[in-house]
Ligand binder design. Structure first.
Ligand SMILES: *[C@@H]1O[C@H](CO)[C@@H](O)[C@H](O)[C@H]1NC(C)=O
Ligand SMILES: *[C@@H]1O[C@H](CO)[C@@H](O)[C@H](O)[C@H]1NC(C)=O
Ligand SMILES: *[C@@H]1O[C@H](CO)[C@@H](O)[C@H](O)[C@H]1NC(C)=O
Ligand SMILES: *[C@@H]1O[C@H](CO)[C@@H](O)[C@H](O)[C@H]1NC(C)=O
Length: 521
């Protein structure tokens, strides 16, 4: 494709369909509907199950990426699944990231040459690049995009196009991290010609950032951990170290510098208050991260910065695992040792400060602690969460403190955000409020359980609340047709991941008695 075709298409707001391949061609399709609208309506053919779930994949010419390997996994799984409604959700959800969210992908050496001439933003957009939107918002979250790709990592070793797609995503994330390490969501790179998305939130953030580069700038430690995770999963699944470029190492150094800056105490050695280098204020009616809803209180970090256990736990794991990747690559032993030591220290700190005693549940992990004895006991559906600690690789699900924590956060008296109603239950969070629970929490509950009854109950509850054939962000616990976000690609990815995990480990739950396990190869 020529850059000018792309620019015109982007300016007109038309869907650009990039077919995979080394010299990929772009097909501009004028008839492709906006997927936010498309996904909110039902399309046939419907499933044979009692729920008659719709088929929600875009027509082939409107899909943003395609892979025969992915189609084969869809056929393998849906032909074996006994429950035809679950099969329909898998059919829609597993390819959802490829079908709908690859907003920009460069896999062409001629484009590379052009990018070298159009360096902007102190970023390097040369070579493979992949920009992946979260779904209904035209921006890329570091956290979401890593999780959106996770199910395709296994296929990347045999499918060069998927390999390049993921490698491009690592390169694009590297530029985002180098450019604005305190930010969580980003605009399409300027060279793509895609117009920046208007974020209507009114935020005052220091250090300042460019709105043409960044969509949102909430510092979330796990955004940086997800950058490490994307590269780590790529290496684990392909054996490749091709992502370890000069820019990737620069991004890694940026991650370490940001962690150091955010690990400084609130008071210096002379007991003087030191302002954090990063500050965030939003005009809002909800005081977050505080728990109560209060009118007209600007959300602001309290001076004693709360430390959330789950993102720290996740970062400790990713530092340790990235150390292993660097060791395997060779030639970076000192850096690998440094990461390993940082990871170990952080894990120790999470256990030392994060474990607190609860009068009913015993020793549990707190969601937040402040280093002064202050603690918040709750869980939020968003991963990383306390529920997801084994999923993150921080501990084993048989861990006693985790089991205590799990009992606490999946009960009404232990977690203010465990929500139950006539139609649905699960963990929600301050983000959406006290009426809605998140399907993602049930999927993580299933992935962190060995109990077949519990796993099946969680999956069935998600099925019964996914009446548009896709996974929503949240569901009203008293009205299963009231949901947030028709198009939330990460949630679809977690659903597919759950089905694939159960298919490999407990196939009888999905495929019937005596079924053989299915593993993606
Ligand atoms: C780049 O484009 C030119 C003109 O279309 C073509 O002749 C050349 O072969 C291309 N180079 C590569 C490496 O694809
Ligand atoms: C972005 O949104 C703000 C707030 O709604 C509005 O004032 C502004 O005009 C918008 N800018 C663009 C470029 O759409
Ligand atoms: C398994 O899960 C079910 C449903 O949540 C529960 O009733 C049962 O007690 C669990 N069994 C064990 C051994 O924990
Ligand atoms: C349930 O939610 C849907 C969608 O928001 C709404 O149209 C319907 O009226 C609600 N039903 C009840 C009983 O509140």
């Amino acid at each position: 494709m020529s850059l000018s075709t792309f620019l015109t298409a982007a300016l007109l707001g038309l869907q650009v369909n990039a077919l995979p391949g080394r010299n990929h061609q772009a097909v501009v399709t004028r008839d492709c509907p906006d997927y936010t609208t498309y996904s909110a309506q039902k399309h046939g053919p419907y499933s044979d199950g009692p729920l008659k779930l719709p088929f929600q994949r875009p027509v082939e010419s409107c899909r943003t990426f395609s892979s025969e390997k992915v189609e084969k996994v869809i056929d393998d799984i849906t032909s074996r699944l006994v429950d035809k409604d679950l099969a329909q959700i898998f059919r829609n959800a597993y390819p959802n990231t490829l079908d709908t969210t690859i907003r920009w992908h460069v896999d062409d050496s001629n484009m590379t040459a052009m990018h070298r001439n159009t360096k902007r933003e102190n970023a390097d957009w040369s070579g493979l690049q992949t920009f992946i939107v979260t779904g209904d918002i035209n921006a890329e979250w570091l956290r979401d995009s890593t999780n959106q790709l996770t199910n395709y990592q296994k296929l990347a070793s045999q499918d060069k196009d998927l390999y390049n797609l993921i490698l491009g995503a690592i390169r694009t994330q590297s530029e985002f991290v180098i450019g604005s390490p305190y930010c969580n969501a980003f605009q399409a790179p300027s060279v793509s010609g895609i117009k920046p998305e208007n974020n209507t939130q009114v935020d005052t953030v220091h250090p300042p950032y460019s709105k043409s580069f960044v969509y949102e700038c909430k510092y979330e430690l796990d955004s940086l951990a997800h950058f490490l995770k994307l590269g780590r999963e790529f290496h684990e699944n392909t054996g490749s170290t091709e992502h370890l470029t000069e820019r990737w190492f620069k991004a890694l150094q940026t991650v370490l510098d940001s962690i150091d800056a955010q690990s400084k105490p609130t008071f210096n050695s002379k007991s003087q208050y030191v302002k954090n280098v990063y500050t965030f204020q939003r005009q809002t009616t909800i005081a977050a991260p505080a728990l109560s809803e209060a009118p007209s209180v600007p959300a602001m970090m309290p001076p004693f910065y709360l430390t959330l256990s789950p993102p720290n736990a996740m970062m400790s794991v990713e530092l340790q695992k990235t150390a292993t990747v660097l060791k395997a690559a060779g030639g970076h032993d000192d850096l690998a040792d440094e990461l390993q030591e940082r990871g170990n220290k952080l894990a120790e700190a999470v256990r030392k400060h994060g474990i607190v005693n609860h009068p009913v549940y015993g020793d549990v992990y707190a969601f937040e602690v402040d280093g002064y004895g202050g603690r918040i006991l709750m869980d939020d559906a968003n991963v990383p969460s306390l529920l997801s600690l084994p999923y993150l690789g921080f501990l084993d699900e048989t861990d006693q403190v985790y089991q205590n924590t799990r009992k606490m956060i999946t009960s009404k008296d232990g977690n203010p955000y465990f929500l139950e109603g006539s139609d649905f239950h699960g963990i929600g969070g301050p983000h959406i409020g006290l009426t809605n629970a998140w399907p993602m929490s049930l999927l993580i509950q299933a992935q962190t359980s060995e109990n077949a009854t519990e796993i099946k109950e969680c999956i069935d509850l998600v099925r019964d609340s996914s009446l548009l054939g896709l996974i929503h962000e949240s569901i009203n616990v008293n009205n299963v047709t009231a949901y947030t976000r028709p198009w939330f690609s990460w949630a679809n990815s977690v659903f597919a991941q759950t089905i694939l995990k159960v298919a490999a480990e407990k196939p009888e739950i999905l495929f019937g008695d005596d079924a053989e396990p299915y593993t993606v190869q």
